[in-house]
Design a binder for this molecule. Sequence first.
Ligand SMILES: Cc1ncc(COP(=O)(O)O)c(C=O)c1O
Ligand SMILES: [Zn+2]
Length: 412
Amino acid sequence: MRLGGVILKFLMRFVSQFKCIVCEGSADPPLSAGTCSACDDDFATLDVHYDMEKVAKSLTPDALMARPLMHWRYHELLPIEPNEDAFSWPVGWTPIVEADRLAAWAGISRLRLKDDGRNPTSSFKDRASSVGVLHALQKKVERIACASTGNAASSLAGYAAMAGLPSTIFVPQRAPEPKVAQLLIYGAEVRRVRGTYAQAYDLCTAACKQHGWYNRNCAINPYLVEGKKTCGLEIAEQTAGREPDWVVVSVGDGCTVAGIAKGLMQMHELGFIARVPKVLGVQAAGVDPIACAFETGELPQSPETANGTLADSIDVPVPRNWKKAVKYVKATDGAYLRVTDDEITEAMKATGKLAGVFAEPAAAAAVAGVKRAVTDEVIGKHQDVLAVVTGNGLKDIKTAMAIAGQPKEVDP
Ligand SMILES: Cc1ncc(COP(=O)(O)O)c(C=O)c1O
Ligand SMILES: [Zn+2]
């Protein structure tokens, strides 16, 4: 709180403009979600640009030393101004775990895991939710809503509860019970949509429009992608001087991978790291629209043709943020690849047993991606890799037990 006060004292505005990702035209900042009004394109999302000269004068290594270890320490690179409330909600500054035995399993010399499952609601989505909830409070909106395969929902419900803001959550039929339990316990109004994630998303968008609620759907809310960016800012600060060659991230809607790549690039521009790690986006083989778009420039699949994956959090056949996800990964000279469900389950077991990190399937996909990338010679055996573990495995015990098997029964 006290350190938050230090930041507030020096607060200035650093955003220069909101720009359309397609036509690059300048756009008015939306209340929450919004696409470019000049483009007739649902995927023309908005991107936040900053006055980097001004940021460089304020976001310095010395300044950072005095700031709390949470994501608001990078307030110059966030699109809204934190207040004292924001500093009382913990978020970010998750640990980086050295994973030597997992590196040997993946066939590389060094592997580190950024364990974002240790955020307060057990996924990296807390980075976006804290921004969304604070923004909704500042805009004096009476309710915040989102549609989610699970983690964004439980995260939003948690931060709305911390802030005392009512929330409504739309989840698809397939959302795992522990994630639904989490949001019910946080006191959210829950609507389980008898249909897919895409249908839950459309219903949420319509409800927000009709009732004037704050729309926390990350892909078309430019503020929230900036929240996810703090994972990339942290990776740069935490690894500075020994930054990895590759940062590996699993991909659903594409917001996370785009945010992390943008964060790494901004920290390079500010001189915190000497080079930008390449970013590798990992998709499930059964739901790979962004990997395809990276290769062809177009979204190939309709929901009917996607084959699904056990990694529910990245089961996103129509990703709303694919253009940013392709653009930013290209800008790091990175790549995309696909992993099968068998590779994901093998990686989930290996990550637990060899690194002591319990990853949910979507998070383990990133670790599976490291091994696949080495096999495919995308990543060299002597390269240094950091994989982001985006969510904790306790969130989906049914899948974990199906993978791990049962304990041996013994007599007392
Ligand atoms: C655990 C986990 N990993 C990865 C992702 C993918 O993030 P994005 O949809 O921003 O690409 C999600 C999204 O829900 C997630 O919950
Ligand atoms: Zn446009």
